[in-house]
Design a protein around this ligand. Structure first.
Ligand code: LMR
Length: 401
């Protein structure tokens, strides 16, 4: 017997993580990596933030047996996640109408969400924003969904096209699933405002859609609660939805794979029942979650001093990104690079879209050693005083040349 025929034709490299491999192999000392969404400081290092270091010290001091966690994860982690997403006084929390499961990263949460929905009879159609994170269509297709897209950005690429977005969502059939980026839209950095979130919530109710909120960047935009502004639009009586959290970015715990899936239901009995099915999705996939990364988050969120330190650490990362946004816009404008750059200053999160074509992205990489994702998505944290002039000159060359 031999391997399936299709396995013998190499698959294309991942459009984001694959670039990291190409970047590593690039011998040019002047190369600049603005591709993968990993926070780096001014020296290009991804720091282990002080709150995480202290939590790790505490965990080491009380290290014990490494038995399995429950299928849905550690209870103290689960309640900490719930309170972080909604705020401890939110009606969803006080009415106990949510259920959280610990997952390996936000990607793990998305896959468990997909499996949970399909195994419990969901529509097989999922609506994704155009553009979206390139792994969304692949992930949901592999799980068995058929992805469709709703328009998201206007022609400038700098604002949500509210009427086209809502019209797109109105085209969905009752019961269809819709993927919404909770904050810090990936790849654009362009988020709906609270009024638009309310309108999205209305369409979701009218069309009886099932939202999955991809909430991978809580605290990376404007703040922990500020970035949960989508909640007012969706947390309406009877509206049931799923939230996929990631702690890769806001705790800088990328390789620990820490995340969570939270199911919000109309009441606590429905939430508990949903969780029983989520546990089957987990058990049949990876059995139960890895402990270490989630134990770090659990330790931090459940200790007031460490929690306060973490909020300082998080603000440090957020403020550097905001400062980099301003520096990028200033440099593009000062260099007379043609384009509508000013709105990038106000956008949220790690990414900005320069709006480049495939040829321009390839030229940036091949001629100038500047690595960006398709359409010119840049990791704003990746800029430094040292590399900004090189990048801006390269961007100008591919836009004007
Ligand atoms: C990104 O969009 O660059 C990050 O979310 C990393 C990833 O897994 O793609």
């Amino acid at each position: 017997m031999s391997l399936p025929v299709r396995s013998l034709t190499p698959a294309p490299a991942d459009p984001i993580l694959g670039l990291a491999e190409t970047f590593k192999a690039d011998p040019r000392p002047t190369k600049v990596n603005l591709s993968v969404g990993v926070y780096v400081d001014e020296t290009g290092i991804t720091p282990v933030i002080p709150s995480v270091l202290e939590a790790e010290r505490r965990l080491l001091a009380k290290a014990g047996p490494k038995g399995y966690l429950p299928i849905d994860g550690r209870p103290t982690y689960k309640s900490a996640v719930r309170d972080l997403v909604f705020g401890p006084d939110h009606e969803i929390v006080t009415n106990a109408r949510s259920a959280t499961a610990q997952t390996p990263g936000g990607t793990g949460a998305l896959r468990v969400a997909a499996d949970f929905l399909l195994q419990t009879g969901s529509s097989r159609t999922i609506w994704l924003s155009e553009p979206t994170w390139p792994n969304h269509p692949q992930l949901f297709t592999m799980a068995g969904f058929t992805p469709r897209t709703y328009p998201y950005l206007d022609d400038s690429g700098r604002n949500v096209d509210v009427s086209r977005m809502l019209a797109g969502l109105r085209g969905a059939a009752s019961g269809d699933v819709v993927l919404l980026h909770g904050s810090c839209h990936n790849p654009s950095g362009v988020d709906p405002d609270p009024r638009t979130w309310a309108e999205i919530g209305q369409v979701v109710v009218e069309r009886e859609l099932v939202p999955i909120v991809d909430f991978a960047y809580q605290g990376f935009g404007h703040g922990l609660r500020e970035d949960a502004d989508w909640l007012d639009g969706l947390a309406q009586p009877g509206l049931e939805f799923l939230v996929c959290s990631s702690y890769s970015k806001n705790f800088a715990l990328y390789n620990e794979r820490v995340g969570a899936l939270t199911v919000v239901a109309a009441d606590s009995a429905r939430a508990a029942s949903a969780l029983s099915h989520v546990k089957i999705a987990i058990r049949s996939n990876y059995s139960n979650p890895p402990a270490h990364g989630a134990d770090i988050v659990d330790t931090i969120l459940n200790d007031p001093d460490l929690r306060a330190q973490w909020e300082v650490d998080l603000a440090g990362m957020r403020n550097r990104i905001l400062a980099n946004r301003a520096a990028l816009v200033d440099a593009l404008v000062a260099a007379d690079v043609p384009g509508n750059w000013e709105p990038i200053r106000r956008q949220r999160g790690m990414f900005a879209l320069l709006g480049l074509g495939a040829d321009q992205v390839a030229r940036l990489r091949d001629e100038f050693g500047v690595y960006v994702v398709s359409r010119g998505r840049v990791n704003v944290a990746g800029f430094s005083a040292a590399n900004l002039p090189t990048v801006v000159a390269a961007v100008k060359a591919v836009i004007t040349g």
